[in-house]
Write a protein that binds this ligand. Sequence first.
Ligand SMILES: Cc1cc2nc3c(=O)[nH]c(=O)nc-3n(C[C@H](O)[C@H](O)[C@H](O)COP(=O)(O)OP(=O)(O)OC[C@H]3O[C@@H](n4cnc5c(N)ncnc54)[C@H](O)[C@@H]3O)c2cc1C
Length: 536
Amino acid sequence: MVYQYVLGGVLVSLLGSVFFMIINSTLSGKKKAEDVSEGVNGNEFVRMQPANGDCLPEIEKSTDVVIVGAGVAGAALAYTLGKEGRRVHVIERDLSEPDRIVGELLQPGGYLKLIELGLEDCANESIDAQKVFGYALYKNGNDTKLSYPLENYTSDIAGRSFHNGRFIQRMRERVATLPNVTLEQGTVTTLLEEKGIIKGVMYKNKAGEEMRSYAPLTIVCDGCFSNLRRNLCTSKVDSPSCFVGLILENCDLPHANHGHVILGDPSPILFYPISSTEIRCLVDVPGTKVPSVANGDMAKYLKTVVAPQVPPQLLKAFLAAVEKGSIRTMQNKSMPATPLPTPGALLLGDSFNMRHPLTGGGMTVALSDIVLLRDLLRPLTDLHDAHALCEYLESFYTLRKPVSSTINTLAGALYKVFCASPDPARQEMRDACFDYLSLGGICSYGPVSLLSGLNPRPMHLFLHFFAVAVYGVGRLMIPFPTPQRVWLGTRLILGASGIIFPIIKGEGVRQMFFPATIPAYYRAPPAPLENKLKAF
Ligand SMILES: Cc1cc2nc3c(=O)[nH]c(=O)nc-3n(C[C@H](O)[C@H](O)[C@H](O)COP(=O)(O)OP(=O)(O)OC[C@H]3O[C@@H](n4cnc5c(N)ncnc54)[C@H](O)[C@@H]3O)c2cc1C
């Protein structure tokens, strides 16, 4: 055991030196990004007239942005743009409080974004939200606690977990307070396009009438089942597994105010508080099919396969929840962001980009995108020059990468590593990951800060991932390397590469690691039309 730690220590220090060299270069890259953002925010501008203002339909002149969907992304975006003085028309299919098992744990990085947007009181005591300070990880009866690195923040900063519907409803209430934002119930059916430019949407209002809403910018936030993303991105949706959701009552988590991840068989099981009296349990079931809830197969599966893996403190409440029968299921999807930049329209939230929900990163990515988009749009009072705006907003796709690609890659990689496998190399990787995270210090602090959204650095993620693999190989060489162990170690490294490289490829190697080499990264806001005309 001591040898393992010594070897682990040596390997980690070797990786450490490479690590710091790369961090240096990453930091200088980040500084550049901050400089560019500051340039964008600080720009002066002159309000420009619409190019063909007389021909615009009346309603287009009175709306700056149409937003489709008022879920997590749409509601936060509507409030943000409304507060910036934009005239916003939000169309949401169902304005009643959603009741679903998604979006219940907001990472501290996401909570910081919520503060930046002025929406933090939507995730506090008024909805009985619970603070989350980190995770507890379980494997074969052993557990390890991984705390978020919150030492440098005020006591309010932590993760938040809550009923998703309550959170969304609070944000919608805030949206409704803004006089320049119209929040309407309706189902958007089509994007209206003219000469390659999206001019607005067609929708059915509450009364079932077909309506149109026009604006120079349409932002589609219609979630993971998006019908409208088709023409705005090259969507390749993967469905790796489903979550089966239960609510446990009258019990306490072994580690209060922590998310609990059981490295179960066949795949992870999660527990986290969603109110002061309720604990959410999400059981991952690989594939696209789950046992039938209706015919009792699901209850049988939960009792025979899952219950033996549930920590003893939670078992009674777990079985009671299964007995009670309110079992929900939801397909987990992942989809890298592959936009087709289209004048007049933009995708945001799950309609644009999805990752496995194991690490609870979706809302953090969406909120971070909204902060970025707000800052990019801030210098522009008029959004009518659709082509110029579209070209300018291409920078969004690169500037969002540090946060989104770190969270997306970690979610995809961790899900694969945490699943049980009959392959001994994959088992070694899973064991190595648990033991690496249990080492403490930078080995737990590093990965958790990536997961929390507090350290959006893809290179750190890459290094930690391979540090785990090298740690796993190192352990195999003790007490001495036999040919079988060397072969297993080789397969472990190959397996690790097979997990992470396809995800990185999906994210875009250059955008992820070398964003400063992408020309769009430096794009400045388009000059006001008046200035362009003066130049003639
Ligand atoms: C099982 C599961 C668990 C998850 N857990 C977490 C978690 O713990 N933490 C986390 O950060 N993320 C989590 N996520 C991801 C998170 O839920 C999403 O990233 C987040 O909800 C995305 O917000 P959104 O606004 O894009 O979509 P949504 O919140 O789904 O909102 C979409 C909205 O659009 C509306 N809409 C759809 N179509 C139309 C239409 N045609 N016209 C008008 N309105 C329309 C819908 O009614 C809905 O209100 C989880 C995901 C899943 C699947």
